[in-house]
Structure formats: C-alpha cells, structure tokens
Write a protein that binds this ligand. Structure first.
Ligand code: C2O
Ligand code: CU
Ligand code: CU
Length: 492
C-alpha cells in the first residue's frame, strides 16, 4: 500500500480528547470539546505564532507528560474488563499545533494498563479505523489465540476481546498494533502503549511506587510544516526521525523531588537504537529489563537501548540540591536526537520512603538445551530475511517442544542492527561475539536482543508456558514489515 494512504486523513477528526487526571490513579475519559476549542489541523493560531518565537523543537520547554492510566469498566468475577477504541485522534505534541494520530482511545502514547499478577484481565478492543488492526502484548505470556499474531487481525469496524492471564512475574510490558506489513506506520502514527504488570513480591521490596513510578516511552519522529508526523519509508535503515519524543513531547523536562524515582523506559521507536547516559556521567541503577526484575540492581553509566526493549531504572535525586538539572543524553544521536529529557530537581521530597534492596529476585535455573538453532540475518534481493526466508504465514519454520529450552544463535551478516524478538517466550542472553554480555542482560529475562552489525548473539530461550503458533522477528519495524519474521509452533 502506498505510504500516502496511511497519512491520517486530516479532515476526519471532529473531536478532541480531554484527559482528566485524578488523584493516585488517573482516569481516562473522552468528552466532546466545546465547539470553540475545535481547531483544524495546521491552522495558524496566535499560540502557534508565539511558539514560533522559540522553536518548538528546542529541548526542555515542556513538562514530561504523564501517560494516563486506563481504568477497568468492570472488576467483577475475579477479572477486570477494559475497553479501548482504536481510533484517530489529535495529539498535543508541538505547542500550537495538533498532530493527527492513530491511538488507543485516540491518545499518544496510549493509556497505560496496570495489571496484577494472578488476576486475569480482558481488553475489549474496538477497531474504528478504516483498515485492519490488532493488538500484541509485547513480553506477555499469552495464549496464541490472544497474542495478536500478525495475520490474526480485527477487521475495520470489528472488535476482539483479548484475554491476558497475567501469570508471570511483574514486568514492564507494552502493547501495540501488529497487523502484518503496516506496523511501521501504525506504531509510528501512535498505536503504542505501556502495560505495567505488578506483583506482591516486587511490592514487598519497597521500590518507588505511585507517583514515583513513571512509565516513559521514547520514540523518534519527524514533522511536516503543519505539525503532522512525517513518515518516510526506509526499508534498509528503518525510519529515523530528527526529533526525540518522550511520552509524546519533544525532549521534555521533569520536575523531581529529592528522592528516588522508578523510571520505566520503553524504546517505542521504529528503528532507532539509543545510548542513554547522564550528561554528568553519574551511574544509574537498573533494576529490571524486558522480563521484569533482575536478580540484583546494577549500576551503569551508559545503556544501549534498542527498539522494543525496556529498562527500569531507579534514579536517586536526593544527592542533588534544589535547582540542579540533570540531562539524559542519547550519545548515539546527533542534532535533535541527542537530548532525551532533563530532570529538574525541586525542593521537597521529605523523608525517603523507598529503597533498592541488594537482592531483587531469584531466577529459576533452566533445564539444559533440547536443541540448537542458528538464524542467519541478512538482506535478500529486496527484503530482509532469516535463513534466506521471509515471513510466510502458511509455513512453520521451527517446532520447539513445550517446556524445553533451546540455544538460539543469531548471526548478523549485515551492517544494520537487528533487535530480535520472540513472541510469547523469554530468554537469557548467553554470549556475544562483539564483547561481554551486559551483566543486566545475564541476570534477567529478555524478549528482545540487539544484534549488532556482523555480530553473533547466543540466547537460551524457554518455550513455556503456552503451546501454539507464534512469530519471532526483527523489531526494526521496517525490517519486520519486509519480511524479517518467521513462525514457530511450540508443540506438546
Ligand atoms: Cu513488539 Cu512482534 O512485537
Ligand atoms: Cu512481541
Ligand atoms: Cu532488522
């Protein structure tokens, strides 16, 4: 399909969303705007003109938006039911402009779902778009029927109830569109949201909670003059924007009290890898990765952060004085993609009530490998391939046995990074030809691993808890769309 047909139609929007923040948890609701508040996309207003005095792309002008949390519509019968409309919306990304998006509930990033281990939830997704969509819970242990397989889509105007058992340990997950061949556009235009799974074990550790536990989604974007997102397809490198958005705002600032915060970072970019570093060179404490808590906290000064990965950090601002500012940089970027965000230390904070214990979790020992597989990653004649093959939904490429572990070796024959991701299962990173495996990747579960140019990475994947048909693929979305994805069927 031509890229133009994926530009959100500018005139289709007649409503604007309003979010209302409550206390403690945040409710999401949509109401009709008063007619006076309606503005057409790109219309120049005085606010827009004022904003021009200072470029809207200058960093640290806006406060970090807090992503709204979705509340269940019912909580009876031992499970919580949520309702989401997949629809067009207008996002407040650049001051004075409205940016057309596709969004869960019409917002970008979509509303965060906070679920609890052991309590099933149902998410009723209604697709109001004019094309197919579906929802994949990335990092979730989910039966194949609810996984959002790329061929298992919700037709335009249809709906689907996704059942999530939440039978896994606390972790920062996320959900996104996965209709095959178009995810690079639908995620870019906004179908990205976070899913925080909590459990008792984690709660007892005394880590920062409530307003001190902050989901943060990073993505690079580019803009047209009218403030709309600009997308240019690049199957080779994947899309690269010239601006970093954090929770939907250009390199924002966040006022922090002199205490500890838990920051749950998601790389929701199409294809950009970041190297995160505080400008003052101070270490940050990583407590969790893709699959939840690490065995113990790890202090690091710099983080390689590939598309789809999550990194949970605890930052302690108590050692800074009011008025001090800490900038988080992407040292792999240039121009508008260097400044990620800034922490502005303000007074207050009171007595610290949170801590980071020296031990966080015990990882279960894994059974020895049942099989070894090798996956060669390379560009074919026009498409990206794994072992010389592109995605074919009618073919099963590998059949691991339920409950077993396998050693998977990804061999990158190209000059691009490939963040390789398995649906439905997690792995430990064993070995990298490019150097030692980061400690944090060895003492925690992952579902996505960055394979560098010419690098070989070995992981041990654990094929549990569900049997069935899932995909694994490169999470550089343009690569996945064109068609760097294979199918596995986990069999009993
Ligand atoms: Cu984020 Cu196929 O997944
Ligand atoms: Cu996934
Ligand atoms: Cu790739």
């Amino acid at each position: 399909m031509a890229p133009e047909s994926w530009r959100p139609p500018a005139d289709a929007w007649s409503r604007r969303n309003f979010l209302r923040n409550g206390f403690g948890s945040v409710a999401l609701l949509c109401t009709l705007a008063s007619p006076g508040a309606l503005r057409r996309k790109g219309e120049v207003t005085s606010a827009a003109l004022r904003a021009q005095a200072r470029s809207p792309f200058e960093p640290f002008q806006r406060d970090l938006p807090r992503i709204p949390e979705l509340l269940p519509v019912s909580t009876s019968g031992g499970r919580d039911v949520y309702e989401i409309a997949i629809r067009e919306g207008l996002a407040d990304v650049l001051p004075g402009f409205e940016t057309p998006i596709y969004g869960y509930e019409g917002v970008y990033p979509g509303p965060t779902i906070r679920a609890r281990k052991g309590r099933e939830i149902v998410v009723k997704q209604r697709n109001t778009l004019s094309f197919e969509s579906n929802v994949h819970l990335h990092g979730g242990y989910v039966p194949a029927s609810d996984d959002g397989h790329p061929m298992d889509v919700i037709p335009a105007g249809g709906s689907f109830d996704y059942h999530y058992p939440n039978d896994q340990d606390a972790a920062t997950l996320w959900y996104h569109d996965h209709a095959h061949g178009r995810t690079s556009r639908t995620l870019y235009y906004g179908l990205v949201a976070m899913y925080v799974l909590e459990d008792e074990l984690e709660e007892e550790l005394g880590l920062p909670q409530g307003e001190y536990d902050v989901p943060i989604a990073i993505a690079d974007h580019a803009f047209n003059k009218d403030g709309s997102f600009r997308y240019e397809e690049n199957v080779d490198f994947g899309f690269r924007g010239d601006t970093i958005l954090v929770n939907g705002a250009v390199s924002p600032r966040m006022a922090v009290q002199r205490r500890r915060y838990r920051l749950r970072f998601l790389n929701g970019s199409n294809a950009r890898s970041y190297t995160l570093r505080l400008a003052n060179g101070e270490p940050m404490t990583q407590i969790a990765g893709d699959g939840g808590l690490l065995e113990r906290p790890v202090d690091r000064t710099s983080f390689q952060f590939h598309p789809a990965e999550r990194i949970d950090l605890v930052l302690d601002f108590s050692k800074y004085g009011p008025g001090e500012q800490l900038v988080l940089h992407n040292t792999a970027g240039s121009g508008g993609t260097v400044a990620v965000m800034r922490f502005d230390v303000v007074g207050g904070g009171g007595r610290e009530e949170f801590r980071v214990p020296r031990r966080l979790r015990r990882l279960e020992p894994l059974p020895p490998f049942n099989a070894r597989r090798r996956w060669d990653l390379a560009l074919g004649t026009s498409m990206w391939q794994i072992n010389g093959k592109g995605f074919d939904p009618s073919r099963i490429d590998v059949r691991p046995r339920l409950g077993s572990t396998e050693e998977w070796t990804f061999v990158n024959h190209s000059q691009r990074v490939h963040p390789m991701h398995l649906h439905g299962f997690q792995f430990r990173v064993l070995e990298r030809s490019g150097g030692p495996v980061e400690l944090a990747d060895r003492i925690g579960w992952k579902d996505t691993v960055g394979v560098q140019p010419d690098e070989t990475v070995k992981v041990q994947a654990w094929f549990a808890p569900y049997a069935g048909k899932y995909v694994f693929h490169c999470h550089s979305l343009e690569h996945a769309d064109k068609a760097m994805m294979l199918q596995m069927e986990v069999v009993e």
